[in-house]
Design a protein around this ligand. Structure first.
Ligand SMILES: *Cc1c(COP(=O)(O)O)cnc(C)c1O
Length: 361
C-alpha cells in the first residue's frame, strides 16, 4: 500500500546543508559572504533554516510572497528581495524584506515613502549593468543615481551589486568584476561613504571567485543553484565536493507497453504546437509516467541509464525504456536541472518530501 503521494520531490536537507556549508567555507577564505537564494524553494522555512545554520548571512528571494512565507514561519534572518520591486508591492516589501536590489529611482522613491509611513528603514543595493543586459543601472548613470538615493528619507544605501550569466550568458571574469570594484571605489570616494555590501553575482561567479583571482571589493555572492543542485550554471558542471542529488524527482508509471516507435495516420501538430519528430526504430518498450508540463520542464530531466524521455504533454511523460520493461506503478527517479527544479517546486501537484536525518548538522 502506498502512502506517499506522487509525483514527489525528495529533498535531502543534510546534502543541502553540506553544499551550502562547503561553499560558505570556500568563499570565506576569499573574503566573500553568501546570500542563500531561495527562489527555487518556494519559501520553504526548513530549507531557509538549513542554509542559515550552514552559515549564509542573508536569505534572498525574488518573490515577496516567499519572503512573507518564511517570515510567517518565524525565520528571523535578514532578507533581501533580489528582483527589482514592483511599485504595487512596496508596502509589503518594506514590511517584510530588510533590503532589496534596485535599479529604478521611481521605485526607490516609493520604497522611501512606504518605509517612512511604516516607520522603518529599508536597505537598498543598487544593481549595475555589466553587459548581461538584464537588470542594472548603466555605469555612466550610477553616480547620479547614488546622489539621488542618498537624499531619500528612510532609505539606507547599503551596497552595489551586479548580475551576469542570466539573460545573455555573459561570464563573470576578472574584467567585469574589476569594473564593479572600480565603480565601488569611485562611488565611495565621490560621496565619502563606505558600502558594506558588494554583491558580485550568482552561482555563475563561482569559477571566478574560487579560481584564485583577486576578489577585489566583491564581498558577497547570491547563491541558489549551486547550493541546491551542486553544479555551476555556466557549463552545468558538477562542483567538486558537492552533492548533485540533494533533490530528486520521483514519478510513477501509468502505462507500459511494447509499441511501434513510428506513429501512423496523417501527421499534424502535437499538443504543444511542435512538429513531431518521426523516427522508426521498430518496436520499443514505452512507458508513460504521470508527470508533464504542468509539473516540470521535461527537457530538464535526466532519468536512470537506459530510460530515454521521448516526449511530454501537459500530464504525461513518454519514455523509451529500452530493454527494460517497467511495470505499472513503478517509481522512477530523475535528476533535475534548475529549470525543472523551479517548475516542480512551484507545482501544487508535486509533493515535497523533506528528508532530514541531521547526521551532519
Ligand atoms: C536567481 C538569482 C540569483 C541566484 O542565482 P543562482 O544561479 O541560482 O545562484 C542571484 N541573484 C539574482 C538577482 C537572481 O535573480
Amino acid at each position: 500500500m502506498r502512502t506517499i503521494s506522487m509525483p514527489r520531490l525528495e529533498i535531502d536537507l543534510d546534502k543541502i546543508y553540506h553544499n551550502a556549508h562547503t561553499l560558505v567555507d570556500r568563499l570565506a577564505c576569499r573574503g566573500i559572504s553568501v546570500t542563500g537564494v531561495m527562489k527555487a524553494s518556494l519559501g520553504s522555512p526548513e530549507i531557509a533554516r538549513v542554509l542559515l545554520s550552514a552559515g549564509v548571512n542573508m536569505i534572498g528571494d525574488s518573490r515577496i510572497e516567499n519572503i512573507e512565507t518564511m517570515r510567517r514561519a518565524g525565520v528571523a534572518a535578514p532578507m533581501i528581495l533580489i528582483r527589482s520591486p514592483m511599485l504595487s508591492q512596496v508596502d509589503r516589501i518594506v514590511t517584510h524584506a530588510d533590503l532589496s536590489l534596485n535599479t529604478e529611482l521611481d521605485v526607490i522613491s516609493k520604497l522611501s515613502s512606504a518605509a517612512k509611513a511604516a516607520g522603518r528603514k529599508h536597505g537598498v543595493v543598487l544593481m549595475v549593468e555589466l553587459g548581461d543586459l538584464r537588470e542594472g543601472i548603466m555605469p555612466a548613470d550610477l553616480e547620479d543615481t547614488v546622489r539621488q538615493v542618498l537624499r531619500l528619507p528612510n532609505i539606507a544605501l547599503r551596497g552595489i551589486g551586479a548580475n551576469l550569466a542570466c539573460h545573455s550568458g555573459v561570464s563573470p571574469d576578472t574584467r567585469n568584476m574589476s569594473e564593479l570594484s572600480a565603480l565601488v571605489d569611485s562611488i565611495e570616494a565621490v560621496f565619502g561613504l563606505t558600502l558594506d555590501i558588494v554583491s558580485g553575482g550568482n552561482s555563475a561567479n563561482l569559477d571566478w571567485a574560487l579560481g584564485g583571482a583577486d576578489a577585489g571589493r566583491i564581498n558577497n555572492l547570491r547563491l541558489g543553484e549551486s547550493v541546491l543542485l551542486g553544479c555551476e550554471p555556466l557549463h552545468r558542471q558538477p562542483i567538486d565536493g558537492l552533492y548533485t542529488d540533494a533533490i530528486t524527482l520521483i514519478a510513477e508509471v501509468i502505462e507500459s507497453k511494447v509499441k511501434p516507435s513510428r506513429p501512423w495516420g496523417e501527421i499534424a501538430q502535437t499538443a504543444f504546437g511542435e512538429k513531431p519528430l518521426v523516427t522508426d526504430r521498430g518496436n520499443i518498450s514505452q512507458a508513460i509516467l504521470a508527470i508533464g508540463y504542468q509539473d516540470v520542464d521535461p527537457s530538464g530531466l535526466q532519468g536512470p541509464p537506459g530510460i530515454e524521455i521521448i516526449g511530454a504533454s501537459s500530464d504525461h511523460l513518454i519514455t523509451d525504456t529500452g530493454h527494460c520493461h517497467l511495470s505499472v506503478g513503478a517509481e522512477i527517479q530523475f535528476q533535475l536541472n534548475y529549470s525543472a527544479l523551479v517548475r516542480t517546486m512551484t507545482s501544487p501537484f508535486v509533493t515535497k518530501v523533506l528528508k532530514a536525518p541531521q547526521s551532519e548538522r
